[in-house]
Ligand binder design. Structure first.
Ligand code: 5GP
Ligand code: MG
Length: 180
């Protein structure tokens, strides 16, 4: 089986590009269904850096008027989630009175999600929905509902399709998992 080495760790294929595309198709359909009658274009909020590939695939499938904004947050170091969520780059526009769809690469503990939900409500968003390419249901025990989920995965560390291991691996066009 092909494998990829990033820094000191080896990863093997886990989710194919075709599987990701099919999952993103479904997420886009659901967003269209829920937002086709919106009076104002919804805002897709890309949570940098991990969500760039997901959002670029997702947004081109949503054939509705929409706005794109981004924010950069960080709580991860190496292969584990540590410390509080830090806003590394602030919101790129106003969300006051708007419907915001937060687009995450992966929901793990949900710490990032909780932070974003709180800060978006504080900044006056009318409605905040959560959209994620991947989630680890065994880890996520938060009470904020995930409105749109691409795929559920087991509790293991993955890279690729935007997700990194210490900044490497984001450009891999499918998902790889840490070799056991
Ligand atoms: P949470 O705040 O839900 O614990 O974690 C969310 C962020 O942690 C994600 O946006 C992602 O950047 C990072 N993360 C969580 N699990 C993984 C993983 O398995 N691999 C990688 N590369 N990043 C992860
Ligand atoms: Mg991330």
């Amino acid at each position: 089986m092909k494998s990829v080495t990033l820094h000191d760790k080896t990863f093997v294929p886990y989710i194919s590009n075709a599987e990701l595309m099919a999952a993103i198709d479904k997420v886009a359909e659901k967003i269209i269904e829920n937002h086709k009658n919106d009076t104002e274009p919804p805002i897709l909020l890309c949570v940098l850096n991990g969500s760039v590939m997901f959002v670029s695939e997702l947004m081109k499938r949503i054939e509705l008027p929409l706005e794109l904004m981004s924010i950069k947050v960080a709580s991860y170091s190496g292969t584990s989630s540590v410390g509080p969520v830090k806003e590394v780059q602030g919101l790129t526009g106003s969300v006051k009175g708007r419907n915001v769809i937060v687009c995450e690469d992966i929901v793990d503990t949900g710490k990032t999600l909780a932070y974003l939900s709180e800060t978006l409500h504080e900044r006056g968003a009318a409605k905040v929905e959560m959209c994620t390419m991947l989630t680890k249901p065994d880890v996520y025990k938060g009470n904020i509902p995930l409105d749109y989920v691409g795929l559920e995965i087991e509790n293991r560390f993955i890279v690729g399709f935007g997700l990194d291991y210490d900044q490497l691996g984001r450009n891999i066009n499918e998902i790889y998992i840490l070799k056991q």
